[in-house]
Design a protein around this ligand. Structure first.
Ligand SMILES: Cc1cc2nc3c(=O)[nH]c(=O)nc-3n(C[C@H](O)[C@H](O)[C@H](O)COP(=O)(O)OP(=O)(O)OC[C@H]3O[C@@H](n4cnc5c(N)ncnc54)[C@H](O)[C@@H]3O)c2cc1C
Length: 459
């Protein structure tokens, strides 16, 4: 073997949630694992950074977890960071619309599951009795379907909007409850996203036997939540993590078995198994043998745009971790000062009060991706002023826009069938990642679950 070639038992491509969780599992199992990541930092599409002049850490976009992200929590427990994730004691979604009207979905304490959800819906102020009745009937049917074993396959041929219309859910109930939940979870508007995704979300969060809709938020920057600790765990178990290593080709042996990869620098890695944890659009950029081509190449990304604002005084109350905005361009505002707590050293504003660090989110941001950062900051300020009449543009001390063009899979109708099952795609080549077919939308939990499924098959 020449000096331009090295060997491993298992090569893992990509250092996001899926690659890192697979790395920890396989290295602790005793395999000689080498993880290759093209960027200088780990974390993939979920990372945080500090920037001079900004009070941080700044996430590449606010991420929400659910209490039913069981594989993710197991992974965080395995690397010793689960306590950095704060899970609310019950579901509490607060909304405010462009006229400043407030509403909230908050099932009563001690009433979990479908009954709690029913009471929560009954208490929504912005919906008429008729809207609530339509929702209740829809939820009843979904919970029956979840108990009967999941979602109907034909859901992937229609959008959420088409499905909900067919199911008798009113437009107002959609706009004030289901659309915001769907957009946050699926990163596409209901007129674009497949009904399969919403069915998976509802089943997982509310109706499956192990459902738990409570929301979890990282109390630290995303990289501190898992990327650094996972890298440490891999190294301690004898694995190797190489950053700034961009894979350019996957190599096949004469018998058709995948034998390794080549990097842009011309280095070859040989291994018994290769586990790709790359997103499909990144995998498609690599020189791949014919055996790895497939329908998955038709999968497309959907963007998210985040606008962080540092105010010279508080807008949200301490106990308001996040609020959904209805009928506006920005969809959620997160109170990063409250979420990060003592990890920030908020300076006092001119009004004598502490400042506040907010992060606002636009999912399914196809149009906003093309907008200039200044225009996005103005849009965020305009929407905050509509929903919170006290807000003033002059309160903004600093702003930062982060655009993620390849944030998640675009779960349009037909996409579900293109997602390969996590596992062996061709002899010696395994695939994982949020976009593989885990029965979940392309989320963190799907990434970690896919890695666990692929690791079982690697043997
Ligand atoms: C702004 C934003 C908000 C989000 N919000 C949520 C949320 O609230 N809840 C939720 O559950 N999910 C959310 N997601 C989705 C979540 O971040 C992803 O599902 C998850 O991070 C995907 O992990 P992964 O390991 O599958 O893929 P990635 O994170 O994409 O990891 C793949 C890695 O491969 C590397 N790579 C690519 N090409 C090469 C190459 N040629 N050679 C070597 N390495 C390569 C990449 O740099 C990357 O590090 C959000 C995503 C974004 C961007």
């Amino acid at each position: 073997m020449d000096s331009n070639t090295a060997t491993a038992d298992i090569l893992i491509l990509g250092g996001g949630f899926s690659g890192l969780s697979a790395g920890v599992t396989l290295a602790r199992r005793g395999a000689k694992v080498v993880l290759l990541e093209k960027k200088t930092h780990l974390g993939g599409r979920a990372f945080s950074f500090h920037e001079p002049g900004y009070e941080g850490p700044i996430d590449n976009g606010q991420h929400l977890f659910l209490a039913c992200y069981r594989e993710t929590r197991k992974f965080l427990r395995a690397i010793g960071t689960e306590d950095r994730l704060e899970i609310s004691d019950r579901l509490h979604l607060e909304f405010v619309d462009g006229s400043g009207n407030r509403d909230r979905l908050r099932p009563p304490a001690g009433l979990p599951g479908r009954l709690g959800l029913g009471f929560g819906i009954a208490a929504l102020r912005g919906l008429s009795l008729r809207d609530k009745w339509g929702l209740a009937r829809f939820f009843h049917r979904r919970s029956r379907a979840a108990l009967d074993g999941g979602f109907a396959p034909n859901l992937d041929s229609m959008t959420i909007a088409e499905w909900l219309r067919k199911e008798g859910v009113s437009l107002r109930a959609r706009e004030r409850l289901l659309d915001p939940i769907a957009l946050a979870a699926l990163n596409e508007k209901s007129e674009i996203a497949s009904a399969t995704g919403l069915s998976q979300v509802l089943s997982r969060a509310f109706f499956a036997p192990d459902s738990d809709p409570r929301v979890g938020i990282s109390r630290v920057g995303l990289s501190d939540l898992y990327a650094d600790a996972a890298e440490r765990a891999i190294l301690e178990a004898g694995g190797i993590v190489r950053r700034s290593e961009r894979i350019s080709a996957v190599e096949e042996g004469p018998d058709g078995r995948i034998i390794g990869v080549r990097t842009v620098g011309g280095f070859s890695w040989r291994a018994r198994s290769v586990l790709s944890c790359l997103a499909p659009w990144d995998l498609a950029k690599i020189d791949l043998p014919k055996s790895l081509q497939g329908a998955w190449r038709g999968l497309r990304p959907a963007p998210i745009v985040s606008v962080s604002l540092w105010l010279d005084r508080p807008l949200l109350r301490e106990e308001q971790a996040f609020v959904g905005l209805l009928g506006t361009e920005i969809q959620w505002v997160f109170n990063k000062s409250a979420i990060l707590g003592s990890r920030l050293n908020s300076k006092a504003g001119p009004a004598g009060s502490a400042g506040q660090y907010l992060s606002t989110v636009i999912s399914g941001a196809h149009r906003e991706l093309l907008c200039k950062p200044d225009a996005l900051v103005e849009a965020a300020c305009r929407d905050l002023a509509r929903c919170f009449p006290a807000f003033r543009r002059e309160w903004v001390r600093n702003a930062k826009v982060v655009k993620e063009p390849f944030a998640t899979l675009s779960g349009v109708p037909g996409a579900e069938a293109l997602r390969p099952v996590p596992g062996e795609l061709a002899p010696g080549f395994f695939v994982a990642g949020d976009w593989t077919r885990t029965g979940l939308p392309a989320t963190i939990e799907s990434a970690v679950l896919s890695a666990a499924m692929a690791c079982k098959r690697i043997g």
